[in-house]
Write a protein that binds this ligand. Structure first.
Ligand SMILES: [Mg+2]
Length: 198
């Protein structure tokens, strides 16, 4: 049987830039925060949202208080979501894996604003066998709970899972479970490694 191919999303299939969101949010905010892009992209508020401990509305309320945002939730969501750019060679690799009959999965620390935006705007995103999102599981990579959820979803474990992620701590957790975990550093390198497995 061909291995299941498990893809991280951010910095593997889509690039993102929180400074785009920061400019839009800052334009409608009473506070002018230094490093707002950093706060949007790696705050503990975002971590709680991506762990499923805040609803979209609660996330908006907390972020508005933090930034002094004066716009509506719809304005905040559209500014916060529109930060992604597809990584074409990796999307082509995914299409090729599908043509070879591989089952493919998304495995992401993310939130429902990002998922809704990506689903709406990037057609490739519909073509996976399944999706594991941290905010639905209630745990973020590298916590074992989310890896267990992936194994259960795809019905595989150990070397039957090929896993691509750009974060070393996530890859280390995959390796501990015996997954064939590959640290994604560049499309060219990952393509060369994955094509050898076909
Ligand atoms: Mg990533």
């Amino acid at each position: 049987m061909k291995p299941a191919i498990v893809f991280d999303l951010g910095k593997v299939l889509v690039d993102f830039d929180y400074s785009i969101a920061a400019r839009k949010v800052a334009a409608q905010s009473t506070k002018q925060l230094d490093n707002l892009h950093h706060s949007l992209g790696s705050s503990e508020i975002l971590a709680r949202f991506e762990s499923g401990r805040l609803t979209r509305r609660q996330f908006f309320t907390e972020m508005s208080a933090f930034t002094g945002f004066t716009g509506t939730i719809e304005e905040f969501v559209s500014g916060f979501a529109d930060i992604f750019v597809p990584i074409t060679p990796m999307i082509e690799l995914h299409a090729k894996l599908r043509q070879h009959g591989c089952q493919t999965y998304i495995f992401s620390n993310t939130n429902d604003i990002a998922v809704e935006h990506i689903r709406r705007n990037f057609p490739f995103f519909a073509n996976f066998n399944g999706y594991i999102y941290s905010y639905e599981v209630g745990a973020m990579k590298p916590h074992s709970k989310i890896y267990e959820a992936m194994e259960k979803l795809c019905g595989r474990n150990g070397k039957e899972i090929v896993y691509l992620d750009d974060r070393p701590e996530n890859i280390a957790a995959g390796m501990e479970r015996g997954w064939n975990a590959i640290l994604h550093e560049s499309p060219a390198q990952t393509l060369a490694t994955v094509e050898k497995l076909l």
